[in-house]
Write a protein that binds this ligand. Structure first.
Ligand code: ZN
Length: 395
């Protein structure tokens, strides 16, 4: 079966029809390949992420068979819509050989500390990419599709980059456009700037890119002044960025820019590394901030593709992304998790994290963080004002 036919079949099986309310049409794309595969014992992505979300959502009764779509693995030909054939072949070869030559490491960034060769080094990212490509097809007639394994926004055409081997957001956007969504709004609230996505669509006036990311952090792209073809809006934010500041960013930047763009589809990269507990960033959001963005964007266009992204504290990721699914699926988040849900979180192992008393009780007994409101600092306020002025000038 071709991917297209498979998408149509999956959509039909899942009841993806336009005459149903959006919440009922939300689909979850997952795969068992994420369970147990790891980037290696010391890599930040040694932790379980999507498998925990799937387990938790199932124990809460939020993932009926009709809402779950197994992710296909993208074929090399589908990947070369963005990546070079030479790189895709090198990635497949790396999985077959279990190693790469010095020349391949140099040319394609494979076999490095950030992008190591591991047993599923082709299959796993190709499955995440296949999920985002399928999401674009499933959204042909509208709706919401969540692919938490997606969001690998650093992938470059010819190289692995920043823990990302392939760029599924780019492939997902191309898939949406092939399925009739010409104008796409890409919103990225990961702690890191989406350099690969911006590279792909920098000069395309039909793709809006709005990114909120930590300033002076790798990959050091995404400056305030970048405009691309007029549709690039970067908001670098300082350490300690809080829920109050994210709410201001949502209402003063994200929502007005998306509304002005009149998109046929919104793609949200919902990386979980901008929360306080994340070990790789210095931002201080609660998961409420992410869920508010998800909720606010859920009716901004007829099609809504929600992706994962970064996130390196396994409890924070599981709670945040399960709550993302609750938000798009219209499920009520309980104050306290039922015992089976708590067990899923208690069973998570974070090797190498030897802090005493881990995990603290709220990380395993609740999904929702306490809100983390804080000052609306001048540097955030003035950057939002600069973007508002730019938008008025362009109008
Ligand atoms: Zn990130």
């Amino acid at each position: 079966m071709t991917l297209d036919a498979r998408a149509d079949a999956a959509a039909a099986a899942a009841g993806a029809r336009t005459d149903r309310p959006p919440a009922a049409r939300a689909l979850f794309i997952g795969s068992e390949i994420y369970r147990g595969s790891s980037y290696g014992a010391w890599h930040p992505l040694r932790i379980p992420r999507v498998s925990t979300v799937m387990d938790l959502a199932r124990t809460l009764g939020w993932l009926p068979r009709a809402a779950y779509v197994p992710s296909p693995r993208a074929r090399p030909a589908a990947l070369t819509r963005f990546h070079t054939p030479r790189y895709v072949a090198a990635l497949e070869q790396a999985e077959n050989d279990g190693e790469v030559s010095a020349a391949v490491r140099e040319r394609h960034g494979l076999g490095t500390t950030a992008n190591p060769v591991f047993p599923e080094v082709f299959r796993r990212p190709a499955t995440a990419a296949g999920g985002s490509i399928l999401a674009g097809q499933l959204l042909r007639n509208g709706g919401t599709v969540y692919n938490p394994a997606g969001g690998t926004h650093h992938g470059l055409p010819n190289r692995a980059n920043g823990f990302c081997f392939l760029n599924d957001p780019v492939l997902g956007i191309l898939s949406l456009r092939a399925a009739g969504a010409g104008r796409v709004a890409y919103v990225d609230i990961d702690a890191h700037h989406p350099d690969g996505v911006e590279l792909a669509f920098h000069d395309d006036p039909e793709v809006l890119i709005v990114s909120v990311h930590e300033e002076r952090r790798w990959p050091f792209t995404g400056s305030l002044g970048e405009r691309g073809a007029g549709q690039v809006w970067n908001l670098p934010v300082p350490a300690g960025f809080n829920d109050t500041e994210m709410r201001a960013s949502l209402h003063e930047l994200i929502l007005p820019r998306v509304a002005d763009h009149r998109p046929d589809a919104v793609v949200l990269q919902c990386g979980a590394d901008a929360v306080l507990e994340d070990p790789l960033s210095r931002l201080a959001l609660s998961n409420n901030a992410h869920w508010d963005v998800v909720q606010a964007l859920s009716h901004a266009a007829p099609r809504f593709m929600v992706l994962g992204g970064g996130g390196y504290n396994p409890w924070a990721v599981a709670r945040l992304w399960t709550g993302v699914w609750a938000t798009v699926a219209g499920a009520d988040i309980p104050e306290r998790l039922p015992a089976e849900g708590e067990k899923v979180l208690r069973d998570v192992v974070w090797t190498g994290a030897r802090r005493k008393g881990m995990p603290p009780s709220p990380w395993v007994t609740t999904l929702r963080d306490p809100p983390r409101e804080g000052p609306f600092r001048d540097e955030v306020r003035s950057r939002l004002a600069a973007h508002a002025a730019r938008a008025r000038a362009a109008a």
